[in-house]
Design a protein around this ligand. Structure first.
Ligand SMILES: [Zn+2]
Ligand SMILES: [Zn+2]
Length: 236
């Protein structure tokens, strides 16, 4: 908690006075000195003043300092953190009058807003944000790599499926396919009619329509009825 947050939360002085104090503190920075004439503007009762500043000091939002004030010219002189350090008799730095310093000083407060804690939290958040950002970049790269792997696998599967469909088509539509497939690794059913050659063949033994196959680049005919096979050579 910082000084401003404390002032918003406390219930030693009424909210209106606390708001006025907060507004006043907008013009102050860490380690600035809050003088009694400024505090007077808050219209605190003596009880409020003592309770508030005791609490502020206890929480290290202020520390008391003693500032010498000349009773002759009213100028401010040295300041002391410890009342015991104030000299007894000394000269005014301005009018050079000699007076009892221990009896002529004002009480002021050095301010500690205590924002440091929040700065640490911000720093911590910055580090977390940076770490997350790094991880996001890593994940983005991983996603990119995985996406490429996915595309590669998908393309491979499309090829597998096309091949499988072709094989299924061969198997389903051709009666001689399974026998023909033993002749080579690269057997393709071409149908019972070769469109590009305008060619159909009837088996000379049983009269069935022959099936045409591409076997390792050669065109072969096979009869589904009697297993007669022919190799067909086209004119060059
Ligand atoms: Zn003086
Ligand atoms: Zn036949």
């Amino acid at each position: 908690m910082n000084l401003i947050e404390f002032l918003k939360k406390q219930n030693i002085i009424e909210e209106k006075k606390a708001d006025k104090f907060i507004k006043m503190l907008e013009h102050y920075s860490e380690n600035d000195v809050l003088y009694p004439d400024v505090i007077k503007e808050l219209d605190l009762t003596l009880n409020e003043y003592e309770r508030l500043f005791n609490e502020l000091e206890r929480r290290d939002y202020v520390s008391t300092i003693y500032i010498i004030q000349c009773p002759y010219c009213n100028e401010l002189g040295n300041s002391y953190v410890d009342e015991d350090d104030i000299p007894f008799i000394d000269h005014c730095r301005f009018c050079e009058a000699e007076f009892n310093h221990q009896e002529n000083h004002i009480t002021a407060y050095r301010l500690y807003f205590n924002y440091a804690e929040e700065v640490d939290v911000i720093e911590e958040l910055n580090m977390k944000i940076a770490a997350n950002q790094d991880r996001i970049m890593e994940i983005t790269e991983e996603i990119h790599n995985l996406e490429n792997a996915r595309k590669t696998l998908q393309l491979e599967n499309i090829n597998f499926i096309n091949t499988k469909n072709e094989l299924l088509k061969n198997k389903n539509e051709s009666k001689a396919y399974s026998k023909m497939a033993t002749r080579g690794s690269n057997v393709k059913f071409l149908g019972k009619y070769l469109d590009n050659k305008k060619l159909g063949l009837k088996c000379f033994r049983c009269g069935d329509d022959m099936e045409f196959f591409d076997v390792n680049g050669k065109v072969m005919g096979a009869c589904p009825g009697c297993d007669t096979e022919v190799e067909i050579e086209f004119g060059k």
